[in-house]
Write a protein that binds this ligand. Structure first.
Ligand SMILES: Nc1nc2c(c(=O)[nH]1)N[C@H]1C(S)=C(S)[C@@H](COP(=O)(O)OP(=O)(O)OC[C@H]3O[C@@H](n4cnc5c(=O)[nH]c(N)nc54)[C@H](O)[C@@H]3O)O[C@H]1N2
Ligand SMILES: Nc1nc2c(c(=O)[nH]1)N[C@H]1C(S)=C(S)[C@@H](COP(=O)(O)OP(=O)(O)OC[C@H]3O[C@@H](n4cnc5c(=O)[nH]c(N)nc54)[C@H](O)[C@@H]3O)O[C@H]1N2
Ligand SMILES: [Mo]
Length: 770
């Protein structure tokens, strides 16, 4: 193997890194040499893991310990020994299970945590809890939840499978003439893929598209959602209007008789219902290009011309996942499938539609050939779950009922909440509401690397080891590369590997054998590697033995499907390869969904006005996409993330027109506000963002100023402004891209950002010795 024997590799969701150390600490994490287009995010790791915000010792919230009333999130902490922390946790688990049963434990624990097959934070926590009777979980994700619930009804099968089966970019570069990109194809997002991203292939594949003359159209409020090198035409629609645009395009296609009747008859059901809706027969409104133009702000002539082009060229329609992270986010998905079906190119090389290009860097570029070994979570005896984005709803309405995917369900009464590997005080919407919700449980436990806002809202915080501080197997969910992650440094302070935490707890609770199955960390790593080797053998690849693997370089296995075309089997033979929908076809109208009886969703693609826009109280649409300089909130205090802050705050993109009317200059500290909350941010005045829209990246560590009006966030977290309403009762998904706000220059004394400092500690101990 080519690498030096003392070189330690680590793997992150954004790539392989070479860890350089000095005096037992990480000095830098360098890019791996075999990378065609390495992400800059490795540059965040060292400063964050060595930073002031690192959790170094178990800590207990002062008010929880002494039973005083101090609110979570503004209380002080007492640092304690591991023995004390683990005794407290074992006691709480025993009490809650005895008095309320395991249904009172919520450990959905949504979040991205870190890469690594064994030390996966959620798997560790869930396995441990499953050995003591289980917990209430969460279902779905924040990324593409509307698609997870809706697409099985429309196209059949799980949406994760659709993503894995996406048409490959080299096929597009060869066959596609016109590619319509709803929400663009943000290159910043393709730095990342869950579980690991060992080689960044997107830029190379797109360069090939450009060489072959693929024409791109960027339909997005943000110009930079498509790389300048693609020479895309930019159409900037009002956020949330994509369903109307797609229906308008479909109307033009229908009006001109350009829809593929043969395809619709053979491969779909329900087009008659769609046609009646498009023509206005259903509701008296023609969904014409003029109608779509009025809603979106795009020129009707441009829309008509585009529809004609789409019908005459090999056309791929692409929708980013962000499109469905919005009010009625199920609808643009349905409209996209409907429009593509009318064009009749689904299943052809380079034609049809894809939802989710850019949601990670692997989609359309590479896939995992076989399953990597995984740390088994075991069986959860508790069957209750909540849709992932209903966390505040659940905590505020125990035993309340709600609709979801056609069912009526009841919230559990969560007394104990445990989060490991996620940051709800970054990822959830309406953080002021979440703060109220987080006052409800009796006990909140958080395992963290850093003193995030979530850790600050906990009662017991456990300091954990980070990826370069433990030995693991790196293997991305859709990657073809395995990475030997050799421990580069010891965890700092008293931080521990999570497996050791649960081992110690399971000893206290009498479940040691069930949790460990007699294995220590080494034993598990070898076990997972043996599983991976078996899967490789079955696939016809050979992997080195464990000792050679962990001492060596990355291992690459073949791409299982380099020429894959989405739904090509179905197109080739819809009888032999029916879709797993009730009709076996694409359901442009779904009887099942119609029977859910939802007023905003009659069973086919339908236009509804986003709620904040309908209310009309605030003039600017707030978009809060993924940041280029970090993964969500991870390592926000790292060097790359900090370097892009403006006046120490998260940058917000403001169009010069909107800036001018508010006397805002580039670099100013500004305040964003609406009825739900307010935050400070740093203005970046740029015509990359369309007028009427402000764009604030997600993930700045939430930094509430309790002395300021509305507990103003000093740092620029958009989720103090987003609403906590779901996409709809259909899928109950998060809808962060549908908030309206206003913005003004902040002329008062500018408060310092405190998010990167540790919380206040106290040694006062009214209860007993620490
Ligand atoms: N406004 C708005 N909000 C959004 C979005 C948006 O577009 N707009 N996007 C949404 C999306 S798509 C997503 S996926 C979510 C992401 O939300 P999250 O996945 O919750 O965000 P992360 O910042 O990745 O949080 C991971 C946390 O785990 C910690 N961590 C890392 N490794 C470990 C480990 O080994 N053990 C433990 N115990 N902890 C660890 C990190 O320090 C970090 O605090 O955000 C959502 N929120
Ligand atoms: N660097 C980096 N990469 C990441 C992540 C990260 O945190 N950092 N997160 C990863 C995760 S978990 C996910 S889920 C994916 C998310 O991937 P996406 O869902 O694709 O990302 P977003 O940034 O939410 O949205 C993409 C773009 O959609 C546009 N958009 C928003 N609303 C509308 C609208 O109404 N209409 C139109 N036409 N466009 C709109 C916005 O301009 C935005 O830039 O990214 C992944 N990649
Ligand atoms: Mo996501």
């Amino acid at each position: 193997m080519a690498i030096e024997t003392d070189t330690k590799l680590t793997s992150s969701h954004w790539g392989v890194g070479v860890v350089r150390t000095r005096n037992g600490r990480i000095r830098t994490v360098e890019d791996y040499s075999g990378e065609p287009d390495a992400s800059h995010l490795n540059g965040n790791i060292a400063a964050s893991l060595n930073g002031d915000a690192r959790v170094l010792r178990p800590a207990v919230r002062s008010g929880w310990r002494d039973g005083s009333a101090c609110e979570r999130g503004r209380d002080r902490f007492v640092e304690v020994s591991w023995d004390e922390a683990l005794d407290l946790i074992a006691g709480e688990l025993t009490r809650v299970r005895r008095d309320h049963g395991n249904r009172a434990i919520f450990a959905g624990s949504y979040g991205w945590a870190s890469a690594g097959r064994f030390h996966h934070a959620q798997s560790q926590l869930k396995r441990f809890l499953n050995t003591i009777g289980g917990f209430v979980r969460s279902e779905g994700n924040y990324s593409y939840n509307a698609a997870l619930v809706a697409m099985p009804h429309i196209v059949g099968d799980g949406f994760r499978r659709h993503v894995a089966e996406a048409t490959r970019w080299p096929v597009i570069s060869k066959h596609t003439e016109l590619m319509l990109l709803f929400g663009g194809l943000p290159m910043r997002n393709t730095q990342v893929s869950d579980g690991g991203m060992s080689r960044h292939r997107m830029a190379g594949n797109l360069a090939e598209c450009v060489r072959n003359g693929v024409r791109f159209v960027n339909v997005s409020p943000l110009r930079t959602d498509v790389d300048a090198g693609l020479g895309a035409e930019w159409l900037a629609p009002r956020p949330g209007s994509d369903t109307a645009i797609m229906l308008g395009l479909a109307h033009t296609v229908l009006e001109n008789g350009l829809h593929d009747e043969e395809f619709l008859a053979r491969y779909t059901v329900g087009f008659d219902r769609v046609a009646a809706y498009l023509s206005g027969e259903t509701d008296g409104v023609r969904k014409s290009a003029e109608w779509a133009g009025k809603i979106s702000g795009l020129s009707p002539d441009r829309l008509r011309a585009l529809a004609m082009d789409m019908a005459s060229k090999r056309t791929m329609i692409s929708c980013v996942a962000g499109l469905q992270r919005a009010d009625w986010g199920e609808q643009p998905l349905w409209a996209c499938v409907t429009l593509a079906a009318m064009l009749g190119q689904i299943g052809l090389p380079g034609g049809g539609y894809t939802i989710g290009y850019g949601v990670n860097g692997h989609i359309g570029n590479i896939a995992r050939p076989f399953r990597w070994g995984a740390f088994p979570q075991g069986e959860n005896p508790i069957k209750d779950f909540i849709p992932v984005a209903m966390i505040s709803d659940m905590l505020l309405n125990p035993k309340g009922s709600y609709r979801y995917n056609g069912q009526t369900r009841v919230f559990p009464d969560a007394r104990l909440v445990w989060w490991a590997g996620g940051n709800p005080f970054h990822h959830h919407q309406d953080l002021n509401r979440l703060r109220q919700a987080f006052q409800r449980p009796e006990t909140i436990l958080v395992n963290e690397l850093n003193w995030t806002a979530t850790a600050r809202h906990a009662d017991i915080v456990l300091p954990v080891a980070a990826a370069p501080e433990r030995t693991d197997i790196g293997g991305g969910q859709s990657d073809n590369i395995l990475v030997p992650m050799r421990k580069a440094v010891e965890p700092p302070g008293d931080a521990r590997v999570e497996y050791e935490i649960y081992t110690a707890l399971s000893k206290r609770l009498g479940t040691f054998d069930a949790f460990t199955e007699g294995r220590d960390q080494q034993g598990w790593l070898r076990h997972l590697w043996a599983q991976t080797q078996d899967a490789a053998d079955a696939f016809g690849a050979r992997l080195p033995d464990w000792d050679s693997f962990i001492a060596g370089d990355i291992v690459e296995v073949p791409d299982p499907a380099p020429g894959q075309v989405f739904l090509s089997d179905f197109r080739a033979d819809p009888v032999a390869n029916p879709r797993p929908t009730p009709s076996g076809r694409l359901e442009l109208f779904s009887d099942t969904v119609a029977r859910f009886g939802l007023p905003d969703c009659p069973g086919h693609a339908t236009w509804n006005v986003p709620r904040d826009q309908a209310e009309g109280r605030f003039p600017l649409a707030l978009l809060s996409g993924q940041p280029a300089t970090r993964l969500h909130s991870q390592f926000d205090n790292g060097a790359v993330s900090v370097a892009q802050k403006v006046a120490g705050r998260e940058p917000v993109l403001v169009n010069p027109r909107d800036a001018k009317t508010r006397a805002i200059a580039d670099g100013d500290v500004v305040e964003l506000f609406n009825d739900r909350g307010r935050c400070l941010a740093g203005a970046r005045v740029t015509d990359d963002v369309m007028p009427g829209v402000v764009f604030l990246w997600t993930g700045a560590w939430y930094d509430p100023d309790f002395g300021a009006p509305g507990h103003r966030d000093r740092h620029g977290n958009p989720n103090v402004l987003t609403h906590d309403l779901r996409t709809s009762d259909f899928s109950q998904s998060p809808a962060s891209h549908s908030a309206q706000v206003d913005i003004r220059r902040f002329d008062g004394p500018v408060p310092a950002v405190r998010a990167f400092d540790p919380p206040e500690f106290t040694t006062e101990d009214p209860v007993g010795g620490v």
